[in-house]
Design a protein around this ligand. Sequence first.
Ligand SMILES: Nc1ncnc2c1ncn2[C@@H]1O[C@H](COP(=O)(O)OP(=O)(O)OP(=O)(O)O)[C@@H](O)[C@H]1O
Ligand code: SF4
Ligand SMILES: [Mg+2]
Length: 327
Amino acid sequence: MTLLSVRDLTVTLMTGSGPADAVRNLSFDIERGQILGIAGESGSGKTMTALSIMGLLPYKGKASGSINFDGEELVGFKPKDFRRVRGKDVAMIFQDPMTSLHPMLTIETQLTEHLRHHRKVSRAEARARALELLDTVKIPDPETALKAHPSQFSGGMRQRIAIAMALACQPKLLIADEPTTALDVTVQAGILKLLDELRKSQNLSVIVITHDLGVLSALTDRLMIMYAGAEVESGPTSQVLTRPRHPYTQGLIDALPDSEAHGKRLIAIEGMPPELGKFPSGCAFHTRCSFARNECKSGTPNKVDIDGTRRIFCTVDPFDTPAGVNR
Ligand SMILES: Nc1ncnc2c1ncn2[C@@H]1O[C@H](COP(=O)(O)OP(=O)(O)OP(=O)(O)O)[C@@H](O)[C@H]1O
Ligand code: SF4
Ligand SMILES: [Mg+2]
């Protein structure tokens, strides 16, 4: 059952040199209980995609296209409608958990006020629910934790509390933007395991945004790779990561520290991703792609559907060979 259906989403931001599209014609779906990973280098439009679903685009930012969430169209939503949905049906956690936590208030005050803001519950009911939430995110000794301030917890524990806050009103969709980037590897693994458990126990749909393909490999069902605001490849995670079809995806995988391809690099992604407002014409990746031909420099890259579950946007499709399939 589809929970979120995004079609031709374009996000236009105001830059010093006028309006520019940070997200371009993006389309994707998320089923209930599914985890979608979104990856791509810095500036590829991952966060703007998330913020458009939350109704939190920067000043003068505008979304067009369609974002259908649980039967409601969010493009064109008024701020008051977004306030109704945000935090309740859709919640977001960030790289820095302090984005969602107040440094001066106890965990109890923050969790219970958040609950009482969205739901008509008594103080005692809110407290009981807060304890339950802390237990769900595996905070040891929830009674003591309620009385503490965020600064008394480690980064990993704070992220768990931010997840508890996000889960408070039983959202249908949780968006996690670089949730583990600031954490060390062991703590990172614990948070990812928690997200996976929550998806199963609460039928939660999750979008996980990251630079790090390694983070996504074990956790996500589907993966979408973005470059310069647009999708370049998507499909079931295991297939995209083991048999990438787009040159950019292949480059990202080669760049992973423990990649099998490391040392015998097929493609190095040289250069930097383009700045907003300066995306190259045609396939925006053509300035860095070792397979680029003249026809890549103009027009829109061909959409190539693969096996009914995957697709790439590439005019050349250089890995569409028997050898490519067995790479
Ligand atoms: N308030 C803003 N006004 C104008 N442009 C912005 C604003 N915020 C971000 N941008 C630009 O929008 C583009 C997309 O940004 P976005 O934050 O979505 O990238 P990202 O993929 O999340 O990158 P990162 O991995 O660094 O978080 C970038 O070029 C960024 O510089
Ligand atoms: S369309 Fe051309 S430039 Fe773009 S990824 Fe494919 S081969 Fe490379
Ligand atoms: Mg971002």
